[in-house]
Design a protein around this ligand. Structure first.
Ligand code: NAD
Ligand code: GLY
Length: 371
């Protein structure tokens, strides 16, 4: 296990480790054994991930002498609704769990979010472990304890803050991830450089393509640097009373774009975040608080990686700034009717503000839509 790296998410008696490396899954049994109090563990996965990685994962549990039972859900965002949640909770209860039981989420953000939420409410709280298998889940959703499901009123509107006991991020499993999903996850990696670490962004300018092409050492460095940044913010502000909102760079705009495309495959979450981060930079430049060359640099990098950078990169969609602003006004982060924005003074220097003239937002959106 010498190629593995570990970092700690410091949250008092709820602190936990995040372990990353190229073959973590084959060693999962040994790694999870110290945090398991009761068997069988209940592995929750989806029908894509199970094809590629369940056998190896289950074998690793078995070789460590850990008994397991598996629940396989349909892949995709639709699973993360009330129906999917009810089915999952019933399937878990059918196995006769105890308070000391452990759920293991083996999958992307959909599996991690719904499993974490189930763990937080079953028997008023059982243990759970995250084994994220998408880049997005490895650098964002598996760390920090946000869990939840979607409702007809919007995404992630029902959920809880509930921390896992361990996160195992195997950088090798990303080799089976469709390239488009990998690129979408990369937007969240770039986010950490853009919001608070210019040095990391500069490193990504040199190494971003190697992250995508599968250089394991480089990929692991990108995952660990991202998670270190996230762990640091979450340790300071677990429940998003302040700084944690910086992690939403690009998300207020991105969420509006996703809503407008009906949260469909036409625009993945990470793709929307990439366009949204560009919008945050462009609005900041327009407001005179960010150098134009920084926005140009971000645009060049995201485009070179293969990410969309403007609404017109989404095929077959007509956009209207007023309806995008309408979606933003329904964001979870609206306070006293004011939209919270994450803007920037430059690469690595994001800040939170609700002091933004909505006419400026409309002007920026109109320019982006016409680009
Ligand atoms: P996902 O879980 O739907 O995974 C994307 C696709 O990749 C799915 O089809 C899945 O089956 C497949 N897949 C996963 N791993 C694979 C692998 N190794 N090889 C082959 N295929 C694989 O999507 P996602 O992008 O991981 O996560 C999106 C979800 O995460 C959204 O529901 C979003 O709301 C949530 N999210 C949560 C947080 C948080 O802090 N909790 C943060 C960001 C996003
Ligand atoms: N994905 C944003 C957060 O965890 O706060």
């Amino acid at each position: 296990m010498s190629d593995f790296e570990t970092l700690s998410v410091s949250l008092g008696d709820r602190s936990y480790d995040m372990v990353s490396g190229p073959d973590v899954i084959s060693n999962a049994g040994k790694l999870v054994a110290p945090v398991i109090d009761h068997e069988p563990v209940i592995v929750i996965t989806d029908d894509n991930v199970s094809k590629h990685h369940l056998e190896n994962f289950s074998a690793s549990l078995q070789s460590a002498g850990i008994s397991s039972t598996v629940i396989t859900l349909p892949a995709g965002e639709n699973t993360k609704g009330y129906d999917g949640f009810r089915n999952l909770v019933n399937a878990i209860l059918d196995t006769g769990p105890e308070r000391r039981s452990t759920l293991i989420a083996l999958g992307g953000g959909v599996i991690g979010d719904i499993t974490g939420f189930a763990a937080s409410v079953i028997l008023r709280g059982i243990h759970f472990i995250q084994v994220p298998t998408t880049l997005l889940a490895q650098v964002d959703s598996s760390v920090g304890g946000k869990t939840g499901i979607n409702t007809r009123h919007g995404k992630n509107l029902v959920g809880s803050f509930y921390q896992p006991r361990l996160v195992l991020a195997d950088t090798g499993v990303l080799d089976t991830l469709p390239r488009r999903e990998l690129l979408a996850g990369y937007a969240e990696v770039a986010k950490y450089g853009l919001l608070g670490d210019k040095g990391f962004f500069e490193w990504l300018e040199k190494n971003g393509k190697a992250v995508i092409e599968g250089d394991m050492a480089i990929r692991q460095q990108a995952v660990m640097t991202s998670c270190r940044a996230k762990a640091d913010i979450v340790s300071r502000d677990e429940k998003e009373a302040g700084d944690r909102a910086l992690l939403n760079l690009g998300h207020t705009f991105g969420h509006a774009l996703e809503a407008e495309t009906g949260f469909s495959d036409r625009l993945l979450h990470g793709e929307a975040v990439a366009i949204g981060m560009m919008m945050a930079f462009d609005l900041s430049v327009q407001m005179g608080i960010c150098p134009a060359e920084d926005a140009t640099r971000v645009r060049t990098h995201l485009q070179s990686i293969g990410l969309p950078i403007q609404p017109t990169d989404v095929a077959g969609q007509a956009w209207q700034s007023t309806s995008l602003i309408g979606h933003m006004a329904q964001d979870k982060k609206v306070q006293n009717g004011k939209i919270t924005f994450i803007l920037t003074h430059g690469i690595g220097d994001a800040f939170i503000t609700s002091d933004v003239d909505i006419d400026d937002v409309e002007t920026m959106l109109d320019r982006a839509i016409a680009a």
